[in-house]
Every structure is written in structure tokens, then in C-alpha cells.
Design a binder for this molecule. Structure first.
Ligand code: ADP
Ligand code: MG
Length: 438
């Protein structure tokens, strides 16, 4: 019979990720359950510490789902568990990540509003002879291009300054090396390793250890590296100030240089990325199809968009012809939104705000700043045109405005459409991208 830990394992895997699961969780062994406590054994104390630090809460959460009475997980060390494949894990972790992906260059990075600041900052750090910001801290949601930008910096530095040494390493690997050095009292050797490096990049620092002693030591090492004029580049899924379990002074140290954020994609950026990737993949795909995808993959990050494009490419290849919107709908079923439903005012507002760079809150407000008024009027106009809502209904959905306001806006837009070409092109673009979602 399966024990609770085995039963929970699929769930744990989903939470921690396939690779981490394989490296750390797979070989743990369930020992016993005593009351509200579950004992799980690791093959050595290092693994035990590691799992305790990084994975215990995921494991506990998953166990609770199987058996709600479980409240505590205790990890124990069990030398008998030593298994040969563990060695490979360690070897893989010890290898520095310096094989750099040539595709992840600045040239292949599509720039748009959401990432232009991070892009400019990264390029500046890569190109300038002097140290401009240290550290550079890039943050943003998953799959939005942080790792890509780090690789791009590394490639550019290698191109411009071939003598410089660059080390790119995931936070997990960095911590692994670091904790090991601490444990075996090898700190001197650890620091020595970084002595000859000019640029140190640590990716995904939200995975830094939560232990105070580790952080204490890390703080000093970090300072020493900066004092030694090493360029440091960090990435995370949130800004330094919002990282959890990280000491305040370390957070503040991380914010000393420049903190640059990457926002979720907009329609324009998605379209640009799809066009660029389709070209890189030598895909024969029409603009209409790419526009449809850009409009409908609105909740996807770039990595997911790449996945969708690969699926489309595989189908096009199999069928030996390029694809139209109807077949794309079938291929991407489940990824794209439901296609036969009414458009909502929320969708229109969201899309219009994205386009004009204003906030939905501002549309609903009574603010009369020019840019907001323009976005509000266009949104009301499109709401009237694309939904079957009445003037009072529309007014209500824009922060409770009077129907006369809506009527006024709609008429205003009509006049502009006849007299202002650029205005007309804004409205046409918005209407087209909204219609594509249907
Ligand atoms: P993150 O590290 O933020 O999770 P990645 O850098 O791994 O995200 O990006 C996910 C995928 O999307 C990668 O294959 C990357 O090359 C691609 N990607 C992300 N942003 C862009 C962009 N602006 N232009 C081109 N490709 C991008
Ligand atoms: Mg990444």
C-alpha cells in the first residue's frame, strides 16, 4: 500500500518542479507517522538541511491534503539510504552554469513598453566600461525574460570584452555551494572561486536560504564582492523589498544599485515576440494568425507563448501547409479563451487601458487628465459598439457615471473619427484586437 508521502508525491512534484523534485525529493524515504507528525528520512545531513530549508513547507502542504491531521514533518538523517544516483545530482549542481545559450541575445530580445526599462538597464551594464549600477536587480513574473536578459548581458560582455570572466549561476546552485563551504569550513576557498570573476549573475534569488546564519555570512560575502568591484546582477520574481525571509539589511543592500522591473506583456509586445519567434523558426504563418494569437494569448507569459507557437509549428509541419485562424483555434484549444461568447465591458476596459497606458481605476474615476479622458471616451465608445449594453448600463460600469456622460463620449469619439487620422487608427487597432478575441 502507498504511504502518505507516496500519495502526496505527484502534488509535491507539481509544486517544486520536475527537476528539483528529481534532485531532492524523489529519494526521500517515508519512515513513519506518529500522531500529527510524519518522519521522513534523507540520506545525509546535507540533503536533510537542504530539503528542510527549501521544500518542507511544500511537502507539509501536500501531506495535509492527503491527511489533514498531519501538522509536522520531521526530517531525519539516514545513512543507509545512500544511493548512487545522488552523486550525480551533486555533480550537476557543482558544475557552474557557464554554457551560455546563444539564442538569448539582446538582438533576439523583443523590446516593448513592459520590458524597455529592464532592457535598457541590462544593455547599459553590458556595454559600459565603468561600473554604472551595482548590483543590477531585475525582477518580474515568471517567463517574462529575466534569464534571457542575463544571458544577453553575458554574451555582450564576452563579445565586447573577451578577457572578462562572467559567471551565471542559479541562486539554488549558489546557495548549495555556499552552504557546503560553510559546512566544511571552506569559506576561503569559496571566496577564492569568485576572486577571478568580473561579473557575477545570480538568477532567481527568491530561492535564497531562509536561515539567518547563512544570510549573515552571505551578506558579508556579498559586500566583499561589491567592495572588490565585481559587477553583480541579480534577478527575482519580486522587488528586493518584497522578498520574504530575507533580512532587511540584505534587501536594502540588493537595492543599492538599480532595480528594474519587467511587466506582463501587452498586445503589441506579444505580437512583436510572436513575429520574431516565427521568423527565427522559419515558420510560414500569416500576420492574421499571429495577430489572433497575440490577442488571445493575453494571459500567457513569453515561455507559454513559445510553447503555443511550437504546437502550431508542429501542426503546420505535419499538415504541410500554413494555417488559418480556424485551425489555430482547434490547435490551441484549452490555451486560448472560449471563442463564442459575449465580449464584456471589463475586457474592453482592460484592453483600452493596456493600449493607452492608463489604469482601470482611472477610467472609473472622474479625472479629467487628457490621456485618461481620451481612454475613457474610447472605451465607452467601444462598449457601445461591441456589446449590447445600454447607455445607463455602460455608465454604471464606468464607476457609476450618468448616461449623458456616455452619450457625450460616444458622440465625441464619432467626431474625432471623422477628423483625426491618428485617432481613427487607435480606435481601429483596438477594435480589431478586441474582435480577434471573440
Ligand atoms: P524568466 O527568467 O523571467 O522566467 P526567461 O528569460 O526564461 O523568463 O524567458 C522565457 C522564455 O521567453 C525564454 O525562452 C526567453 O528567450 C523568451 N523571452 C522572454 N522575453 C522575451 C522577449 N522580450 N523577446 C524574446 N524572447 C523572450
Ligand atoms: Mg528565469
Amino acid at each position: 500500500m502507498e504511504n502518505v508521502f507516496q500519495k502526496a508525491s505527484a502534488d509535491i512534484k507539481a509544486k517544486v518542479g520536475e527537476q528539483q523534485f528529481g534532485s531532492w525529493v524523489k529519494d526521500l524515504v517515508f519512515k513513519e507517522q506518529a500522531g500529527n507528525r510524519v518522519f521522513i528520512a534523507a540520506k545525509d545531513s546535507f540533503t536533510k538541511d537542504w530539503v528542510e530549508t527549501y521544500y518542507s513547507h511544500f511537502i507539509l502542504e501536500a501531506l495535509k491534503k492527503i491527511d489533514p491531521s498531519i501538522e509536522i514533518v520531521t526530517f531525519v538523517e539516514d545513512a543507509i539510504l545512500t544511493q548512487p544516483q545522488k552523486k550525480e545530482t551533486v555533480a550537476a549542481l557543482e558544475k557552474a552554469d557557464d554554457g551560455i545559450d546563444q539564442v538569448k541575445s539582446f538582438e533576439n530580445f523583443v523590446v516593448g513598453k513592459p520590458n524597455e526599462f529592464a532592457y535598457a538597464a541590462a544593455l547599459r551594464v553590458a556595454e559600459s566600461k565603468k561600473m554604472v549600477y551595482n548590483p543590477l536587480f531585475l525582477y518580474g513574473g515568471v517567463g517574462l525574460g529575466k534569464t534571457h536578459l542575463m544571458h544577453a548581458i553575458a554574451l555582450k560582455i564576452k563579445e565586447l570584452h573577451p578577457k572578462k570572466t562572467v559567471l551565471y549561476i542559479s541562486a539554488e546552485k549558489f546557495m548549495y555551494k555556499f552552504i557546503k563551504a560553510l559546512r566544511f569550513k571552506n569559506m576561503v576557498a569559496f571566496k577564492e572561486e569568485f576572486r577571478n570573476i568580473d561579473v557575477l549573475m545570480i538568477d532567481d534569488v527568491q530561492f535564497f536560504s531562509t536561515k539567518t546564519t547563512t544570510q549573515e555570512e552571505f551578506f558579508h560575502t556579498f559586500n566583499a564582492l561589491i567592495d572588490a568591484k565585481k559587477q553583480i546582477i541579480l534577478s527575482a520574481d519580486k522587488p528586493p523589498t518584497e522578498l520574504v525571509n530575507i533580512e532587511d539589511r540584505l534587501k536594502s543592500r540588493m537595492s543599492w544599485g538599480l532595480v528594474a522591473d519587467i511587466h506582463p506583456t501587452t498586445y503589441e509586445l506579444r505580437l512583436g515576440i510572436l513575429q520574431s519567434k516565427a521568423e527565427l523558426m522559419h515558420l510560414n504563418i500569416s500576420d492574421e494568425v499571429l495577430e489572433f494569437m497575440a490577442a488571445n494569448l493575453s494571459d500567457c507569459n513569453v515561455r507559454e507563448m513559445e510553447g503555443a507557437l511550437n504546437r502550431v509549428a508542429a501542426h503546420a509541419d505535419l499538415m504541410g501547409r500554413s494555417l488559418d485562424v480556424a485551425s489555430i483555434k482547434t490547435i490551441l484549444k484549452g490555451v486560448i479563451k472560449d471563442t463564442d461568447r459575449q465580449m464584456t465591458i471589463d475586457e474592453i476596459k482592460k484592453r483600452v487601458c493596456e493600449y493607452f497606458g492608463v489604469k482601470v481605476k482611472e477610467l472609473d474615476s472622474a479625472k479629467r487628465v487628457k490621456s485618461i479622458t481620451r481612454a475613457r471616451q474610447v472605451a465607452m465608445f467601444l462598449a457601445k459598439e461591441l456589446t449590447d449594453k445600454s447607455f445607463p448600463n455602460i455608465g454604471a460600469e464606468f464607476g457609476g457615471k450618468d448616461h449623458t456622460t456616455v452619450l457625450y463620449s460616444v458622440n465625441k469619439v464619432k467626431t474625432y473619427l471623422e477628423t483625426d487620422e491618428s485617432y481613427k487608427s487607435d480606435v481601429d487597432t483596438l477594435r480589431a484586437s478586441l474582435n480577434l478575441r471573440r
